[in-house]
Design a protein. Sequence first.
Length: 122
Amino acid sequence: MGRFTLSFEFFPTEVLRSAPTDLTAFANRGEHYCAVTAFEWPDPAQDKDVARFNKQLCSHLKMASGTKGNKGVSPGVYLNPENGKVELETMFGDRAAQLQSLKKKYDPQNVFPTWHSILSKK
């Protein structure tokens, strides 16, 4: 492959957790931390292999942390364009429906679009 980095971001979450989970549409109100993967490889022919490895690694991290398959509150995921196609509920956790409702109410014409659609499921 090439080079690989796995980083964990730890920061205090007491203030985030002080607000009730149903107060806002922000999904990440639990004691959640970020795991960040970064890859560098020289051969474009390895793109699919590296993406597959990253997906497997992230799945393993979710299983090991107890977030995959957890029927409790879903924290959602950190988004960036490299994530590819991600379902609305995966992106925004249990707050997806609330975000859709707010978007329909305050921006029904989608004047403020993003690369991920909140207005409709893809």
